[in-house]
Design a binder for this molecule. Structure first.
Ligand code: AMP
Ligand code: TRP
Length: 351
């Protein structure tokens, strides 16, 4: 019989992701499209895999555009509290703030030196974000953002990086940089796979259901903020745009509004879209929306209470972030030491 103590522990593939603290509350799209998936990745997956998760708040990414320091600090803590409220569990995941790990910026510099100007210029997010004020007035940080993101990832040698479709190009750059470093110096980095969240996880604006739900929505009624007053969110659901039929049926092309509500209903309740269609057959939109409003209230009410509880007494949150940073540092400092050695830096002298 094998000696249990001699059996090596199963190596769990790592997953890593980050989210920027750029709003006072996550919206329903962030919650269903990102944060709640993170919580799901902590459980044993249907194929039996269990992951070792690392999740962080990308506060250093946030300052690529101007931020009010007080607002940034508040939003960073609110973001971290919301991760916990969404079920990201500090026992199972390392939860930390990017700026607590200087290794990110340190490896970021090495990544910048590995990236060509042309390569960085091809990043579509830079093109989009710099288009507004003009490239000339964008920060160098905004230009270098994908290299910091590459560092965020490569430090932890994750197998998978769960991100939205908009981050796919940055993931590809990360893989190219990892490959380049490995071949120029020595195999150091694992090439991470994107774990692109399913298109079905995309939530649309309640008033303009062909546009993604986003904090830059044209009308506040199109957006559900997770920390908003639940009665306000319920009202927004009840006044969501539908269509002139009265049939609760999933059809993204002909019925984008109803389809979006079905998707939200299904994601929040765990009831399949087919079952919801059957349940609401012949019932009209009023009952359907009112039931969905109740489901939303049931989810956001405890979410909001837990977030406020964590922010009102910071002991628990600060402890979580301290322990998360410690776990992250154990991995990140080792990778950075390997990198510094391989690029030819002289190790620090001790006297
Ligand atoms: P952002 O607020 O755009 O920085 O996005 C933060 C995270 O939330 C990313 O992982 C996005 O993919 C995800 N996300 C943002 N908006 C939506 C949406 N409307 N539906 C689903 N996921 C979203
Ligand atoms: N760029 C990501 C976003 O805006 C956030 C992010 C920063 C990230 N570093 C990361 C995501 C590393 C995954 C891995 O959504």
């Amino acid at each position: 019989m094998p000696d249990a103590a001699a059996t090596p522990p199963a190596v769990r593939p790592r997953v890593l992701s980050g989210i920027q603290p750029t709003a006072d509350s996550y919206h329903l799209g962030n919650y269903l499209g990102a944060v709640r998936n993170w919580a799901d990745l902590q459980s044993v997956q249907p194929d039996g895999t269990s992951y070792e998760p690392f999740f962080f708040i990308a506060d250093q990414h946030a300052i690529t555009v101007e931020q009010d320091p007080k607002v940034l600090r508040r939003r960073t803590l609110v973001a971290a509290a919301q991760l916990l409220a969404a079920g990201v569990d500090p026992e199972r995941s390392a939860i930390f703030l990017q700026s607590h790990l200087p290794e990110h910026a340190q490896l970021g510099w090495v990544m910048q030196c590995l990236t060509s100007f042309g390569e960085a210029r091809r990043m579509t997010q830079f093109k989009d974000k710099s288009a507004k004020g003009g490239e000339g007035s964008s920060s160098v940080g905004l230009f270098a953002y994908p290299m910091l993101m590459a560092a965020d990832i490569l430090l932890y040698r994750p197998a998978y990086v769960p991100v939205g479709e908009d981050q796919r190009q940055h993931l590809e750059l990360t893989r190219d940089l990892a490959q380049r470093f490995n071949s120029r110096y020595k195999k150091t980095f694992r090439l991470p796979e994107p774990y692109i969240l399913k298109e079905t996880a995309k939530i649309y604006d309640l008033q303009e259901p062909t546009a993604k739900m986003s904090k830059s929505a044209s009308s506040p009624n199109g957006l559900i903020d997770m920390l908003d007053d639940p009665t306000v969110s319920a009202k927004k659901i009840r006044s969501a745009v539908t269509d002139s039929e009265a049939e609760v049926r999933f059809d993204e092309v002909a019925k984008p509004g109803v389809s979006n509500l079905l998707r939200i209903f299904s994601a929040l309740s765990g009831v399949s879209i087919e079952k919801l269609e059957a349940d609401y057959a012949g019932k009209g939109y009023g009952v359907f929306k009112s039931d969905l409003a109740d489901v939303v209230v049931d989810v956001v009410t405890p979410f909001r209470a837990r977030t406020h509880e964590l922010l009102d007494d910071r002991t628990e949150l600060d402890g979580v972030l301290a322990r998360g940073a410690e776990r992250a540092r154990a991995v990140a400092s080792k990778t950075l030491a390997d990198v510094y050695d391989r690029v030819g830096f002289v190790p620090p002298f001790t006297v």
